[in-house]
Design a protein around this ligand. Structure first.
Ligand SMILES: Nc1nc2c(c(=O)[nH]1)N[C@H]1C(S)=C(S)[C@@H](COP(=O)(O)OP(=O)(O)OC[C@H]3O[C@@H](n4cnc5c(=O)[nH]c(N)nc54)[C@H](O)[C@@H]3O)O[C@H]1N2
Ligand SMILES: Nc1nc2c(c(=O)[nH]1)N[C@H]1C(S)=C(S)[C@@H](COP(=O)(O)OP(=O)(O)OC[C@H]3O[C@@H](n4cnc5c(=O)[nH]c(N)nc54)[C@H](O)[C@@H]3O)O[C@H]1N2
Ligand code: SF4
Ligand SMILES: [Mo]
Length: 742
């Protein structure tokens, strides 16, 4: 149901960002830059709102200001996402800004190999000189960048446009490759565009909620709160090898064998077909590929006994699952990293999408094939990072798209590359092969988070120049950089994020960045200026200017937001979901595909399928355990550069790395609770404290990703369609510390 655009009541006074042109000369006059000054505000003791800078739930936080600076925060009760709730990370969002290890000055590695402080002028000259020299010697395709899903869309767009249109790079990717690439690849092929269809209201309106490879209680706690508000007494089914917090809170847990999801969903689809649980009218009208899928399923090894054997689940449970889906009125299917981070993740995601399409569970309240996004602005990066897609979900390889983008930006079309970028893993391979010589890393900590760390670190030595732009100078990646650029963080700058349900929301400057740290936006402006390509960005003066450019770029695309006029409109509305072509289409909560029309030329969704593949590294006699990795607690964020700085959060999680181990395995290994154990894979060996728990099955172990050593063990394999790494399956051995390790 559409409602008229009704601005929500707001007491907020937006803070004014620095808006003048940014030039080299200004560096001599830091006061005008905002350096050393608080943001100007008309009402210094006010309340303002900003979207949380951690996960893609996208909660709104109310920031309480004194003299223009945030001194406290509370959860926003009027925002449609979180309705007054926040998780521990959100409540503690201001503390990490005050950490002692904030990067406050640029650092350049000197001749004795140490990172030593430099002025911005020196740092920017160093950047430009080094990148130009390398580009001239090896070609600009030897320069690459890796960015993030954690900076505003305006900054991502600036970075991507600067790198590709200004500097002439071809290769750039982001940490979203580690995270959302599989969903993107799956949606594009199935729906014709990367379009997660749901709105959070669907959590509240489902009769059946199926969560596959998602530990929602810990990773998206406020989405779980939305599930708890469901008054339809829903059946909540969790499909996860581990008995997670979410599995314990669900109505049913199906502890499948790791990586058996594809066979499981093919088995379910076959049961739906065999028992006439398919919504044939919906399929006939809106879906392509039904006969081919039917033949594939009926002729392949997807009969109930085989699927039960492969997945380790009971036949009756599988049959019940199919019946529940087939007979449920409103079934929603959700997935996260347990699906995406797999060597065949794209096909698994599509096998889930197929179930929703076959049963017509899409485009209606409480339904959907719904990928849950990870980082606060991973969706912004998917649409506007100009790395793997041309700005606004366009294609580099499509001439019409290149001309459209060039005309909209007022730039020559020949500065837009006509070839696709390498993905993250290909950039790493490129460094190893000597093809990539300089790397610029922005807001991601690959020296902790990338797969197979020992190789990553070895390869780093092949780079002539590594630039790291981060809030902290102590991250694992900053510590091995040649140049560190100190960045302002969330709360210290302006822009917009797009959350998991496609909602665009505002972030704001409510704190002064420490020392000489600058908003990434300003760093990009300065680099454009020093590089000599500032003319391309004449109109890109403020984040809001860039936002308006992005709305123009999106025109005519499925993610069209040309109906959003400015930031004030987003604030008044309480966030706006894409698309919004015209304000008359506005409603507080909107889902996609209500008309059954998808984004392929024939408007039909595709049923995509393929025979399962073998696991790249299955357990064997030498390495008999399957290692799963993922999130540990709701108070830890990734590589811990931020959450590790809050005294409150630190009380809420174990300080040292721990291995979840089944008690029966522990007994065989003669390991007791809290013993130190050694975990070894073909790539590395680490030690951890044993945490004995029935939440992992015998033969499986789990390590939380927040501890830097974990990725020494993981196996360097990717899904061939999405190139997303398979963090969640490799073979390891576990030894008691008392044992002699071979
Ligand atoms: N507190 C907190 N919240 C976060 C984050 C954080 O770091 N901390 N990070 C954010 C980001 S970027 C992301 S991407 C999301 C991730 O959110 P989630 O995907 O929910 O988190 P994970 O723990 O990585 O993985 C989810 C589950 O996948 C299961 N799994 C492993 N292998 C398989 C398999 O083969 N099949 C199935 N079905 N399941 C499997 C694991 O046992 C695990 O419980 O969380 C976001 N929210
Ligand atoms: N084993 C294992 N590994 C995994 C995963 C797993 O499940 N298992 N999950 C993967 C997933 S899904 C993800 S998303 C990745 C995350 O991996 P990373 O992206 O490497 O992790 P973060 O700790 O979020 O790193 C963000 C960095 O940006 C900095 N930063 C924050 N805000 C800003 C800003 O505004 N500007 C700048 N310039 N810097 C900023 C932070 O200080 C931090 O250093 O990890 C992946 N790695
Ligand atoms: S659920 Fe996510 S967006 Fe909401 S407060 Fe927690 S980390 Fe922030
Ligand atoms: Mo992620």
């Amino acid at each position: 149901m559409k409602t008229r655009f009704e601005p929500r009541p707001s007491e907020s006074t937006p803070l004014r960002a620095w808006t003048g042109p940014l030039t080299k000369e200004l560096l001599q006059r830091p006061a005008e830059f905002g350096l050393g000054n608080l943001p100007t505000t008309r009402q210094p003791d006010a309340v303002t709102e900003a979207i949380c800078g951690y996960c893609a739930t996208g909660c709104s936080l109310k920031l309480h200001l004194k003299n223009g600076e945030a001194i406290n925060l509370s959860a926003d009760s009027e925002y449609p996402v979180n309705i007054g709730m926040a998780c521990p990370k959100g409540w503690e969002a201001l503390s990490p800004l005050e950490a002692d290890d904030r990067a406050t000055r640029p650092l350049i590695r000197n001749s004795s190999g140490e990172l030593s402080p430099a002025s911005w002028d020196e740092a920017l000259k160093y950047f430009v000189r080094t990148f130009k020299d390398i580009g001239e010697q090896y070609g600009t395709d030897s320069l690459a960048w890796l960015s993030t899903g954690q900076i505003p869309s305006e900054e991502m767009a600036y970075l991507g446009a600067l790198c590709k249109f200004g500097i002439g790079m071809i290769h750039g990717d982001g940490n979203t490759r580690q995270c959302m690439a599989t969903s993107v690849a799956a949606y594009k092929e199935s729906f014709g565009f990367d379009a997660p269809p749901y709105t959070y209201a669907d959590f509240e309106e489902s009769d059946v909620i199926i969560l596959t490879g998602s530990n929602l209680c810990i990773t998206h706690p406020i989405m779980w709160q939305r599930v708890m508000r469901n008054k339809r007494n829903p059946k909540i089914i969790v499909i996860d090898p581990r008995r997670t917090e979410t599995a314990m809170a669900a109505t049913q847990h199906l502890p499948l064998q790791p990586k058996s999801d594809l066979v499981l969903f093919y088995g379910i689809a076959r049961l739906l077909i065999e028992h006439n649980w398919v919504d044939q009218a919906y399929v006939d009208a809106n879906v392509k590929g039904y006969q081919a899928l039917k033949q594939f399923l009926l002729e392949g090894p997807y009969d109930l006994p085989t699927v039960a054997r492969c997945s380790g689940l009971e036949e009756t449970d599988l049959f019940d699952l199919a019946r529940t889906i087939g007979s449920g009125r409103r079934v929603s299917l959700w997935w996260t990293m347990g699906v995406n981070q797999s060597y065949e993740g794209t096909r698994v995601a599509q096998s889930i999408i197929n179930i929703a399409l076959l049963t017509g569970n899409i485009g209606k309240p409480g339904t959907g094939a719904n990928s849950i996004t990870g980082q606060c602005n991973a969706m912004g990066s998917r649409l506007f990072s100009n790395s793997t897609n041309l700005l606004g979900g366009h294609l580099f390889t499509n001439e019409t798209h290149r001309i459209k983008v060039a005309n909209t930006l007022g730039i020559p079309v020949d500065v837009i590359p006509d070839q696709n970028s390498w993905a993250y893993d290909q950039i790493i391979d490129g460094i190893e092969a000597g093809k990539i010589k300089a790397l610029w890393v922005v807001a991601t900590n690959g020296a902790h988070s990338w797969i197979h760390q020992n190789r990553f670190r070895k390869i780093r030595k092949k780079l002539d120049c590594l630039v790291v732009q981060d809030m902290y100078h102590t991250t694992e990646t900053a510590e091995i950089a040649d140049l560190v650029l100190p960045a302002a963080g969330w709360g210290e700058k302006e822009g917009t994020f797009i959350n998991s349900e496609r909602r665009i929301g505002r972030i704001r400057k409510v704190r002064r960045a420490p020392g000489e740290a600058l908003a990434d936006f300003h760093i990009f402006q300065l680099i454009a200026h020093y590089w000599g390509c500032g003319d391309l960005f004449k109109e890109w003066k403020t984040p809001e200017d860039v936002f308006k450019i992005l709305t123009r770029l999106s025109k005519g695309q499925p993610c069209d937001i040309s109906g959003i006029e400015n930031y004030a409109m987003i604030e008044k509305a309480g966030g706006i979901q894409w698309p919004l072509r015209d304000i008359k289409d506005y409603a507080r909560e909107r889902r996609l595909f209500e008309d059954g029309k998808f984004h392929h030329a024939d408007q039909r969704a595709r049923l995509v399928f393929e025979a399962p593949r073998t696991m790249p590294e299955a357990p064997d006699n030498e390495y008999p355990f399957m290692l799963l990795t993922g999130r540990g607690t709701s108070s830890q964020w990734h590589t811990q550069t931020r959450t590790g700085k809050s005294a409150v959060l630190k009380k809420l999680y174990p300080q040292g790395v721990y291995l979840e181990l089944n008690p029966s395995d522990a007994e065989k290994l003669k390991v007791k609770a809290d013993d130190t154990v050694t975990i070894e894979s073909r790539r590395g060996r680490i030690t951890a404290k044993a945490y004995l728990t029935g939440s992992v099955s015998p033969g499986q172990v789990f390590l939380p990703m927040h501890y830097a050593m974990v990725n020494q063990l993981t196996h360097n394999s990717v899904d061939s369609y999405s190139r997303q790494p398979s963090y969640k399956a490799c073979a390891v051995n576990v030894f008691s510390a008392k044992q002699n390790i071979p």
